[in-house]
Design a protein around this ligand. Structure first.
Ligand SMILES: O=c1ccn([C@@H]2O[C@H](COP(=O)(O)O)[C@@H](O)[C@H]2O)c(=O)[nH]1
Length: 231
C-alpha cells in the first residue's frame, strides 16, 4: 500500500480492542498508524499483526534505549514483525545506533530506523534539570548529526526544528514530528507544538498526530480536515 499522506495516527489506547476500533474508522490509504509503549505493552505483537491485516503500515514507537546488544536485538525483532518504521533514542549514543543499524543489514524488509532527539514534551527547563544546559534546538541539532553520522534514516524532532535539520541533514533524512496541533486545539502535555500547515511549510516528512484525531468527535473528519489544510 502506498500512502501519500504524511499523517501517522498515534493509537495511544489501553486496550487493543479500542485501538482496532479506531483503526476501523481510519483509511490505510490516507494514514499510517503508530503503536507506542502503552498499546504494545497491553497488546504485544498481535496488535501490530492485526493492524497489518487491516492494511496499515505501522510505526512501532518503542524508543529503544539500552546497551548496544540489547537494542540491536530489539530492532531486529521489530523488523521480523514487519513494521514500517522503528525508533531508538539518539541519546543512547553512536555505538548503540550503529549496532541497531547493523542489526538490519541483509534483512529482507528492513524498516526505516530513526532516532528520537528531544521529546516534543520537553522545553529548556526540562533539559536543564537533567544537566543539559542549552536550548532544545541545539540539543536536537547535535543529536540529529550523531544520528545521521550513525547511518540512520532520520529523526523524531519538533517541526520547529525541521527547517534547520533539512538544511543540515539533506533531503533524504526523514523528519518525523509529533507535537502537531491543528490551530485552536489543546496542547495537552506537548510543549514544542506546530500546526499541520506550518509543519508542512517547514519541510517535515511525517506528522505524528494522536489526540487531535483519536479524541475528535469524528476522527475520520478530523483526518480529512487536516489533509485539506495541507492541500
Ligand atoms: O518527541 C516525541 C516522541 C514521541 N511522541 C509520541 O507521539 C504521540 C503524540 O500524541 P499526541 O496525542 O498528538 O500528543 C504520542 O504517542 C507520543 O508518545 C511525542 O509526542 N513526542
Amino acid at each position: 500500500m502506498t500512502v501519500a499522506s504524511p499523517i501517522i495516527v498515534a493509537l495511544d489506547y489501553s486496550q487493543p480492542d479500542q485501538a482496532l476500533a479506531m483503526a476501523d474508522r481510519l483509511d490505510p490509504a490516507k494514514v499510517r498508524v503508530k503503536v507506542g509503549k502503552e498499546l504494545f505493552t497491553r497488546g504485544g505483537p498481535d496488535v501490530v499483526r492485526a493492524l497489518h491485516d487491516k492494511g496499515f503500515q505501522v510505526f512501532l514507537d518503542l524508543k529503544f534505549h539500552d546497551i548496544p546488544n540489547t537494542v540491536a536485538g530489539a530492532v531486529k525483532a521489530a523488523a521480523d514483525l514487519g513494521v514500517w518504521m522503528v525508533n531508538v533514542h539518539a541519546s543512547g549514543g553512536s555505538r548503540m545506533m550503529l549496532a541497531a543499524r547493523e542489526a538490519l543489514v541483509g534483512h529482507e524488509r528492513p524498516p526505516l530506523l530513526i532516532a528520537v532527539t528531544v521529546l516534543t514534551s520537553q522545553e529548556r527547563a526540562d533539559l536543564q534539570e537533567i544537566g543539559i544546559d542549552h536550548e532544545p534546538e541545539d540539543q536536537v541539532r547535535r543529536l540529529a548529526a550523531l544520528t545521521r553520522d550513525s547511518g540512520l534514516d532520520g529523526v523524531v524532532c519538533s517541526a520547529r526544528e525541521a527547517a534547520m535539520l533539512r538544511a543540515a541533514c539533506g533531503d533524504d533524512f526523514a523528519l518525523v514530528t509529533p507535537g502537531i496541533r491543528p490551530a485552536g486545539s489543546a496542547g495537552d502535555d506537548q510543549r514544542r507544538v506546530v500546526t499541520p500547515p506550518q509543519a508542512r511549510e517547514w519541510g517535515v516528512d511525517f506528522m505524528v498526530i494522536g489526540r487531535p484525531i483519536t479524541r475528535a468527535e469524528n476522527p475520520t473528519a478530523a483526518v480529512d480536515d487536516i489533509l485539506q489544510s495541507l492541500s
